[in-house]
Design a protein around this ligand. Structure first.
Ligand SMILES: Nc1nc2c(ncn2[C@@H]2O[C@H](COP(=O)(O)OP(=O)(O)OP(=O)(O)O)[C@@H](O)[C@H]2O)c(=O)[nH]1
Ligand SMILES: [Zn+2]
Length: 365
């Protein structure tokens, strides 16, 4: 049975992405009298949570274990205490997707940047020459998170004619199998309705190089309503201007936009699965290689090299694939080395503390 509080939460939180599956996952917390909400901002152990009763300021101490991937982040659905000063976040619901930096989700030292993202919108400017390798890199990050990538080719108004534009779109489409490619112009308005429709069904993030036009797109998507959205004041009336720095916003046309500073400058991390998805046609071809661990270099019976020789697979694509895999392996190795060094320091520190404690005890005797 759904409680009254859950029913009101459902309608108030729907613009933030609440659905039946979240309601079901939340049911046990509802039974405990906890409040459902979505994290719109995290800052040093505290977070702002949008709930049916407005934005609440909550402490995350209960849900901040040592594993940095299990720290509450923007986009999480959480169970907050109904009262208290401070109120505590008691739990967060299992994540559907997660953007993680520095290491894979299988490891414990990554940094979580955003949770429960459905669409990763990669903004690519048409004002400069297309850098396909860069697009592939962003797509790897996007796939790795579990979100569906979308490429938005911005500043389409700067492309001289429609034929050129269609060639550019085709180039990106062959680089991005399984990814919708959408040319837009924030200045002239082309493609913006299609983009708004695309992001209206879920939570989106904007990725892409500096100057790609992300802020401009965000402003267009947020429209004039951005001011009223941001004016929803926090319920505990502390009078702080938290809402202006919110990292998660409900879009007037439907859907949610997450824009965190960390996501903006994101680089490649352990994204081997993501890299494989970007180059899905290479992965498919590799099934025909004689050796399971074929590096598609000079091995005999390599189906991938054969496809390059036949002109079926662009050489650039294979090079880019191998480069991203190498880069990825290097990052993993570096991260592992750093973690090992950190652990050693930790052991030393613990050892020293342990010895000090023993000596203190002995001294007391
Ligand atoms: N001609 C044209 N220029 C655009 C368009 N969209 C954005 N720009 C311009 O491109 C520049 C960069 O846009 P931003 O939106 O600031 O880019 P950004 O990706 O947010 O950049 P960072 O904040 O550095 O990550 C600005 O000067 C915009 O005016 C467009 O559709 N057409
Ligand atoms: Zn091969």
């Amino acid at each position: 049975m759904t409680s009254i509080s859950m029913q009101s939460a459902s309608s108030a939180l729907a613009p933030y992405g609440w659905d039946d599956a979240w309601a079901e996952a939340f049911a046990p917390y509802d039974a405990e009298g906890l409040i459902a909400g979505r994290v719109v901002r995290v800052d040093r152990g505290r977070c702002d949570v949008v709930t049916a009763d407005g934005v609440m300021y909550a402490d995350t101490a209960f849900v901040t274990p040592h594993d940095p991937l299990r720290v509450v982040c923007t986009g999480d659905w959480v169970a907050v205490e109904p009262a208290g000063n401070p109120r505590y976040v008691r739990a967060y619901l299992p994540r559907r997707t997660a953007f993680v930096r520095s290491a894979s989700s299988k490891r414990s030292e990554g940094q979580i940047l955003a949770a429960n993202v459905d669409h990763a919108v990669v903004a690519v400017s048409l004002a400069a020459e297309l850098d396909l390798a860069r697009i592939e890199r962003f797509l790897a990050l996007a796939w790795e998170s579990g979100a569906q990538p979308v490429v938005v080719l911005t500043k389409a108004d700067l492309v001289p004619d429609a034929t050129t534009l269609s060639y550019l779109v085709q180039d990106v489409e062959t680089t991005a199998p399984g990814v919708p490619v959408l040319p837009v112009s924030s200045q002239r308005g082309e493609g913006l309705d299609a983009l708004a429709a695309l992001v209206s069904g879920g939570t989106s993030v904007l990725l892409g190089q500096s100057g790609a036009g992300k802020s401009t797109l965000a402003n267009v998507l947020l429209g004039e309503d951005v001011m009223t959205v941001q004016a929803t004041r926090d319920a505990d009336g502390k009078g702080r201007h938290t809402t202006t720095t919110r990292n998660l916003l409900a879009l007037p046309g439907g859907g949610v936009l997450i824009d965190t500073p960390g996501l903006r400058g994101v680089g490649l991390w352990d994204a081997e699965t993501g890299v494989g998805q970007v180059f899905s046609e290479i992965r498919d071809l590799a099934e025909g290689c004689r050796f399971d661990d074929c590096a598609h270099d000079s091995e005999p019976g390599c189906a991938v090299r054969a496809a390059v020789e036949d002109g079926e697979l662009p050489e650039r694509r294979l090079e880019s694939y191998r480069k991203l895999l190498r880069e990825n392996q290097w990052i993993v190795a570096k991260t592992d080395a750093r973690v090992r060094a950190e652990r050693r320091r930790e052991w030393k520190r613990k050892g020293a503390e342990g010895r000090a404690a023993m000596e203190a005890k002995r001294g007391r005797r």
